[in-house]
Design a protein around this ligand. Structure first.
Ligand code: F6R
Length: 609
């Protein structure tokens, strides 16, 4: 999981390389490096730490030249260090490579290359690619790259540069993303679109196995055999500002505030004009086919998995079909019972998460039909699945996922309601009622966001506690899981979510005086039971912050503070209750001085196992 960039044109390459890498730091940021060809030598500069360290290192003596590649790293093989940072070179320094992914057979290749006399400088898997290129090069750069690809195994996006061929860069990909930005007399390569939209909106999105030879005036794409491939230009219609912070201090806060729009965009076009039905025109399956499965799995990681838990609740409750939810990293290794009667729904903001992609591929191999819920058009998961429903959340840059989660919930809700319509498990009146309530959600999220001061105050007051517990039942428990993940990942506070009824089976032992407990109590069917659990923690002198719906006058009698969210159906309320939990995590992280958008040890897109 890394970000890579490349430039060929008439301008100083370093300008785009640094700009592009700054937009890709969400993919990893433990070291960075660039290589620029100045007409006589390839100058490689690397630095451990954030891109800022590299910039500082070279600011008084910027590499000159119009051909270059760059990399921001999230370490897999070899700890973060200058030596292990990319780009990597062969023995002569004439072949240079940047890589995102893992070369699985690198040890065998390394041994072979060492026997041939190659000297390695780093502990990385990537360096073998540079040496292998040197070893198989006989004057034809493209042919040598094809030979390298024949020999390496694993996942990669790669950009190759050679002093011997200073008019071009060659790039390729397998299971990791790569886009080419088409300029005027210059071309750009990057792992992701935000890196290039300042320069161009015209792109080629490479598919697995395609190789692109990128010169300043041309891009030639071929397959592994060297046969030409014709590709359509993909026009990016994101607003350039959408990838920037738009006035907020952090991407995360901006993205939390973008939720009303993201949710509205995701639901628009999917409700019939008369407001009576859900229409999912993108689904090319017939309604009968969609309802013919006897088993549904939802598989995802992290926040997307938490959205899947809510998705299960929606589908079971509304469409009365049994659903299993699994973590992608578990699912694929437990020999799941999957066949042609199984529907596998994968959820992924990035569409690139390695475990989710692998679960998807495995299920397809076993005959399942697959549906992806993802935010990134053209992502690996979108391309691999039989059908795709997009969350129209726009680019999510902060590592902590927020608007992706709420839009995933919207999609699950609409899918469940659509299935319910077809099966007749809900009356038309109930469907209509739920659609009416759904349409109000964007405004209700805005209302929830309109006064963040009380949440800021709680964050300041409790932000230095070492442990925080989240409790809830039913859908409140699912949201509690997401709230606790948000807190731990960006504020580094130890946070745990428990099904409130489980407390007395062990966890209650951890509740002592002054421990903050965030108690969600919005689910009417289990309200009284949740109240008893709240009383249990209060009796142990916990400090309880309750989350309730407007109109609830009861909860405040038993807790220390209450945060209220607008009233809606209890199925839809997770879209509102999660918002104060996101804000609480955000302000706690600020209180503790944490780097909100780039929490330690994490990266936005997990493209390795
Ligand atoms: C947490 C977070 C991660 C992701 C997970 C899956 O805030 O962002 O837990 O949800 O890595 O990522 P996607 O959805 O891109 O597959």
């Amino acid at each position: 999981m890394c970000g890579i960039v490349g430039y060929v044109g008439d301008r100083e390459a370093v300008e785009f390389l640094l700009e592009g890498l700054s937009k890709l730091e969400y993919r990893g940021y433990d070291s960075a490096g660039i290589a620029v060809y100045d007409g006589s030598v390839v100058r490689v500069e690397k630095s451990v730490g954030r891109l800022a360290s590299l910039k500082e290192k070279i600011e008084d003596d910027m590499p000159k030249g119009c051909l270059g590649i760059g990399h921001t790293r999230w370490a897999t093989h070899g700890r973060p260090s200058d030596r292990n940072a990319h780009p990597h070179t062969d023995c002569t320094g004439e072949f240079v490579v940047v890589h995102n992914g893992i070369i699985e057979n690198y040890l065998a290749l390394k041994e072979e290359l060492i026997e041939q006399g190659h000297a390695f400088k780093s502990e990385t898997d990537t360096e073998v690619v540079a040496h292998l290129l040197e070893a198989v090069y006989h004057g034809d750069f493209e042919a040598a790259v094809r030979e390298v690809l024949r020999r390496i195994e694993g996942s990669y996006s790669l950009v190759f540069m050679s002093k011997k061929h200073p008019d071009r860069l060659i790039c390729t990909k397998k299971d990791n993303p790569l886009v080419i930005g088409l300029g005027d007399g210059e071309n750009f390569i990057a792992s992701d679109i935000p890196a290039i939209i300042q320069r161009t909106r015209r792109t080629f999105i490479l598919n697995d196995g395609e190789i692109a030879v990128v010169r300043k005036d041309s891009v030639d794409i071929m397959d592994r055999q060297g046969d030409p491939v014709t590709k359509k230009v993909f026009e990016v219609n994101w607003n350039a500002e959408a990838a920037e912070k738009g006035g907020y201090e952090h991407f995360m806060l901006k993205e939390i505030h973008e939720q009303p729009k993201a949710v509205r965009d995701t639901m628009s076009q999917r409700i019939s004009k008369d407001g009576k039905e859900i229409v999912l025109e993108e689904l090319k399956w017939t309604p009968e086919f969609l309802n013919s499965f006897n088993k549904i799995y939802i598989v995802a990681c992290g926040t997307a998995y938490h959205a899947g838990l809510v998705g299960k609740f929606y589908i079971e409750k509304l469409a009365r079909v049994m659903v299993e939810v699994d973590l992608a990293s578990e699912f694929r290794y437990r020999n799941p019972i999957v066949d042609e009667n199984t529907l596998l729904i994968v959820v992924s903001q990035s569409g690139e998460t390695s475990d989710t992609l692998a679960a998807l591929k495995e299920s397809r191999r076993l005959g399942a039909k697959t549906l992806a819920l993802t935010n990134v058009v053209g992502s690996s998961i979108a391309r691999e699945a039989d059908q795709v429903l997009y969350t129209w959340a726009g680019p999510e840059i902060a590592v902590a996922s927020t608007k992706a989660y709420t839009t995933q919930l919207i999609l699950f809700f609409m899918l469940a309601l659509y299935m319910a319509e077809i099966k007749g498990t809900q009356t038309p009146e109930r469907v209509r009622e739920l659609i009416d309530l759904l349409k109000k959600i964007p405004a209700q999220i805005s209302e929830t966001l309109s006064d963040v001061e009380p949440i800021k105050t709680f964050a300041r007051k409790y932000g230095f506690n070492e442990d925080v517990f989240y409790i809830g039942r039913s859908l409140d428990y699912d949201v509690a899981l997401e709230g606790s993940l948000k807190l731990k990942e960006i504020s580094y506070i130890h946070a745990e979510a428990y099904a409130a009824g489980e407390l007395k089976h062990g966890t209650l032992a951890l509740i002592v005086e002054g421990v903050p407990v965030i108690a969600l109590a919005t689910q009417k069917s289990v309200y009284e039971k949740t109240l008893s659990n709240i009383k249990e923690v209060k009796a142990r002198d916990a400090v309880v912050i309750g989350i309730a719906a407007e109109g609830d006058e009861e909860l405040q009698k038993y807790v220390d503070h209450v945060i209220k969210v607008p009233e809606t159906d209890e199925l839809l309320i997770p879209l509102l209750t999660v918002v104060p939990l996101q804000l609480l995590a955000y302000f706690a992280a600020i209180t503790r001085g944490c780097d909100v958008d780039k929490p330690r040890n994490l990266a936005k897109s997990v493209t390795v196992e």
